[in-house]
Design a protein around this ligand. Structure first.
Ligand code: ITT
Length: 180
């Protein structure tokens, strides 16, 4: 069993494409440190959550952020707070007032087991647009990649091009190599 430590079922759905049905959501609120570095946040969270997870099973933590070019990377590590407080429409309005609508999603997946912690990163570059689509979660309706928003894609289509898909693919490869 692999425990995905998150309050976000959308992340778990995307992870199952790479890691199979062994992935279980573990709704544990680890202490998120204040840092500009997603890897630091995810690695510390994974270390703490492993202590709290049932048995000796490994855990993963995913820390992600939306980095808007014209806003010097804002909201970045504060994406969750900004999502709750402002919502995606207001973020889109902020970006629409700028000339450059470019943005990137970044994810760090941290895996912790008895041997320690490994981190895997992924990035996707796109454009902030008015909301479109009903799929995905979070900022997906305003993040356009190749003419389609992430919310207009199926989970598999998003995984093929997304930040999380890239990080999960690296983790899956690493687990595969290690088990040989
Ligand atoms: P956990 O910390 O419990 O895992 P969270 O949703 O708060 O859940 P993050 O802090 O990693 O996770 O996410 C920061 C924000 O970015 C949050 O509002 C998410 O909904 C959003 N987000 C993360 N990944 C995303 C993705 O693939 N597409 C759209 N929005 C995403």
């Amino acid at each position: 069993m692999l425990h995905f430590v998150t309050t976000n079922p959308g992340k778990v759905r995307e992870a199952r494409d790479y890691l199979g049905d062994d992935v279980r959501q573990f709704d544990y609120d680890y202490a998120e440190i204040q840092s500009d570095d997603l890897a630091d946040i995810a690695a510390r969270g994974a270390r703490e959550a492993r202590e709290a997870a049932p048995g000796d099973d490994p855990v993963i933590v995913d820390d992600s952020g939306l980095f808007v070019d014209a806003l010097d990377g804002f909201p970045g590590p504060y994406s969750s707070y900004v999502h709750e407080r402002l919502g995606i429409e207001r973020v889109q309005e902020l970006v629409a007032a700028e000339d450059d609508h470019g943005a990137a999603f970044e994810t760090v997946v941290a895996y912790a087991d008895g041997d320690g912690v490994e981190t895997f990163t992924g990035r996707a570059e796109g454009t902030i647009v008015s909301p479109r689509g009903d799929g995905g979660f979070g900022y997906d309706p305003i993040f356009e990649y190749g003419g389609t928003t992430f919310a207009e894609m199926t989970s598999e289509e998003k995984n093929d091009v997304s930040h999380r898909g890239a990080a999960l693919a690296k983790l899956a490869d690493w687990l595969d190599t290690r088990s040989r």
